[in-house]
Ligand binder design. Structure first.
Ligand code: ATP
Length: 316
């Protein structure tokens, strides 16, 4: 096969709790990650020479070595130099539908698709866990994006435990096009403001148990209880992002006033989502929010939870 086309879904955080600092400079986290059917399409084509090239017509997506999809291909070329010598480079075309710098793992899911696609293109036979391990060296959200679905993520977000899949729960997602929040800034601000409450010793299991509050959300997921899930949504990063970005706070407040099951910012934001009882309610909420915020800069999507990560949809 010379080409593969893959679908790369975004994720939302149903839960994000910051536990403390890690010796590697990252934060120790407890997150519950959920794939949604808002997705990019990635076309991979064996280049025939030793170039790695990225194409994308989205103005916020870089085309150089800083593109995480490029970095994923470069990693494969370095790790599997014999295959690189045999098959050559790769042309990567990103059809971007996921809002950029939105807390939706848009870049991470592109990287996961490149790892999975090149595994096929170069006939490497890597397993899911081997792909996840490679992904962890590119970014904390990349391992989750490989298989997707519903998962508990600990460590810096790369250690995954699969949870029962949530499916067909609809949501409305809002993101101001021109508003970008840097993930690094959000975590740094959180450390500055709330670092004094971090647990000091990650090996102190009693302190860790007292700090982690994800149990009720895990239970709600086990019960597949949308109402309960809506009530247990949590994201520590709201404490720094919402006061800094009043537009995001207002969007969240408007979602909350529409009678949805629950609303929360995803990851480091600034996207905000609202869980709904049905597709019809989600469409209705989207209309209502559009009426109350008639700002063209605000993108609104009706989407739903899905049970998978990267999928191959065609090969030639
Ligand atoms: P996360 O939720 O994993 O923190 P995010 O959804 O907040 O990620 P991204 O959409 O991945 O953020 O974009 C973050 C930055 O990465 C952007 O400023 C963008 O310029 C850059 N970037 C690099 N490669 C990509 C890519 N393939 N797609 C989108 N953004 C990319």
């Amino acid at each position: 096969m010379r080409s593969y086309t893959l679908v790369a879904p975004a994720k939302i955080n149903l839960y994000l709790e910051i536990i403390g600092d890690r010796p590697d400079g990252y934060h120790e986290l407890v997150m519950i990650l959920q794939s949604i059917d808002l997705a990019d399409q990635i076309d991979l084509h064996a280049g025939g020479n030793d170039n790695i090239r990225v194409r994308c017509d989205h103005p916020q997506v870089p085309l150089d070595g800083s593109n995480i999809a490029y970095r994923a291909a470069k990693l494969m070329a370095t790790e599997f130099s014999e295959a690189f010598a045999k098959y050559g480079g790769v042309d990567i075309t990103i059809h971007k539908h996921i809002p950029v710098a939105a807390g939706l793992a848009g870049g991470s899911t592109n990287a996961a698709a490149v790892l999975l696609g090149m595994n096929l293109l170069w006939n490497l036979g890597l397993t899911q866990s081997e792909l996840e391990e490679l992904g962890a060296t590119l970014g904390s959200d990349v391992p989750f994006c490989v298989a997707g679905g519903t998962a508990l993520a600990t460590g810096r977000g790369e250690q995954l435990s699969v949870l029962p899949s949530l499916d067909k729960i609809y949501l409305v997602l809002g993101k101001y096009r021109s508003l970008e929040v840097s993930t690094a800034w959000a975590y740094k601000s959180y450390r500055q403001q709330f670092g004094s409450s971090y647990i000091r010793d990650q090996n102190d299991l009693a302190a860790r148990a007292a700090a982690v509050h994800s149990g009720p959300m895990v239970k709600a997921i086990l019960h597949q209880d949308g109402v309960e899930i809506g009530q247990k949504l949590h994201n520590d990063l709201e404490r720094v992002v919402l006061p800094t970005y009043p537009q995001v706070l207002r969007l969240r407040e408007i979602f909350a006033s529409t009678g949805v099951l629950g609303t929360m910012m995803s990851g480091s934001g600034p996207s905000v989502f609202a869980l709904c009882e049905s597709k019809e309610q989600a469409e209705q909420v989207k209309l209502e929010v559009r009426e109350r915020i008639p700002d063209e800069d605000l993108e609104l999507f009706v989407t739903r939870m899905i049970t998978h990560g990267i999928q191959v949809i065609s090969s030639v």
